[in-house]
Design a protein around this ligand. Structure first.
Ligand code: SF4
Ligand code: SF4
Length: 419
């Protein structure tokens, strides 16, 4: 599984097709902010024609790692390997800023410390004067810049739901990997995942020892911290003896399915084969009845599910069975969200997001869903900014409602037959 970045670079024919899809290039028009330009810089750096500078670092950090370019590249260049190599090079030559380094190496591997840090942030959210729009708050905090964020949950999903959720005759036993946004902010998504799986006769384990997926550390080039976290997650998942691991976050799913293999190699292969996006798992292994509502539903594709894992039909199928589905124009276009990128380049984030919100507005949908809490957060930010009457939710929450309504209808029909 170890791919060589120099072999990937050698495949590039410099055709420039990647310019047509890169969301950052489409906004900036700058060659240093697109795949081909970054490959040229990587070559120049390798050949000692240039040295690592702030401008080069900016070029590397402005990549969203959305992987659209990999999908359309006629030469099959795996740009992810190249950009990750560049991120490691930046970290090696310029260092990782002290605060994130402390967080990645000391806080993320220790759940109790991460909980404590987020508890303090939650208290800070309450006492700091903050502008609010809808459910989003603007906090002038370190790291966050201009970013609007939702309120942190009082209790984490792991605290509320950690452990085993049994059913009478389980068809399968799965581990639920929550990821940080669902764990600390969108605990209602965690509740929906567990409830839907239980309704479909799946026993759910929420391993209490699971940590962050490690992608924030990888995104700042901290391989050492990411490796430590990955090994701990490997232990947490392996000791549960499950048939599958499900995640409801596009980035976590892709990390567990692909990125862990780059670092943990063969020791992760068996687990990687068991990793599923929540909609993918439900469509592959279960059968269910729903009661569709009148609501107009639409779907936004998270980049890491659409471009990296080819998951697009399953969430749509669930929405089509849950309400009045309309396809969103440019559904697979990036929403602008994405971890470190949104913190370092919030201005670009907003420009990319505004196009997505235009399309959502045009769709006339009552609810826009996505299979990623990061995209839900980003779209909620855009909707709140325009004060639109549209809800942003995770697909599993819509499916849950239609399953509950379906059960009620079935019960009513059984009562009518019996009387
Ligand atoms: S599309 Fe592929 S081959 Fe063409 S310039 Fe971009 S990375 Fe190189
Ligand atoms: S991964 Fe996305 S942001 Fe980065 S170069 Fe490719 S298309 Fe552009």
């Amino acid at each position: 599984m170890s791919l060589n970045w120099e072999e990937e670079i050698a495949k590039c024919s410099m055709c420039g097709k990647c310019h047509s899809v890169c969301p950052v290039y489409l906004e900036t028009g700058e060659e240093s902010m697109v795949t081909r330009g970054r490959i040229s810089l990587a070559i120049a750096l390798r050949d000692h024609q240039i040295t690592m500078t702030e401008a080069l670092k900016d070029s590397v950090f402005s990549c969203k790692k959305c992987l659209r370019c990999c999908k359309i590249c006629p030469s099959d260049v795996n740009f992810e390997i190249i950009i990750q190599h560049l991120l490691y090079s930046v970290a090696e030559e310029m260092g990782i800023p002290l605060l994130p380094k402390l967080v990645f190496r000391w806080v993320l591997p220790r759940r109790w410390l991460f909980n404590l840090m987020l508890k303090c942030a939650g208290i800070g959210q309450k006492i700091m004067p903050a502008k609010e729009r809808g459910l989003m708050r603007h906090l002038p905090m370190m790291f966050l810049g201009d970013r609007w964020i939702p309120t942190l949950s009082k209790d984490s999903a792991l605290k509320q739901f950690g452990g085993v959720h049994k059913v009478a005759n389980p068809k399968m036993r799965v581990a639920f990997f929550t990821g940080c946004l669902i764990n600390y902010v969108y605990t209602d998504i965690a509740e929906a995942v567990i409830d839907v799986l239980n309704r479909l006769d799946i026993e759910v384990v929420v391993p209490k020892k699971q940590l962050c997926c490690s992608i924030p550390a990888l995104s700042l080039g901290d391989r050492k911290a990411a490796t430590t976290i990955m090994f701990k997650n490997q232990d947490a998942m392996k000791e549960e003896k499950v048939d599958a691991v499900v995640a409801a976050c596009g980035t976590c799913t892709k990390a567990l399915k692909h990125d862990y293999l780059h670092v943990l190699e063969d020791s992760w292969q068996e687990m990687s084969d068991k990793v599923y996006d929540i909609s993918e798992f439900i469509e592959k292994f279960t059968e269910y009845k729903t009661e569709p509502s009148e609501e107009k539903l639409t779907y936004h594709d998270p980049c890491h599910l659409f471009w990296a894992l080819d998951i697009h039909d399953q969430p749509r199928d669930q929405l089509k069975r849950s309400g009045n589905y309309v396809e969103l124009e440019g559904a697979s276009n990036c929403c602008g969200g994405g971890g470190v990128f949104t913190l370092l380049h919030y201005d670009l984030t907003v420009k990319i997001m505004n196009k997505k919100i235009d399309d959502i507005e045009k769709s006339g949908a009552d609810i826009v869903t996505s299979n990623c809490p990061g995209c839900v957060m980003q779209i909620s930010d855009g909707i709140a900014g325009r004060d639109l009457n549209v809800k942003a939710m995770h697909t599993i929450q819509v499916l849950r409602k239609s399953l509950i309504d379906g059960s009620k209808r079935q019960l009513k029909e059984e009562v009518e037959v019996a009387s």
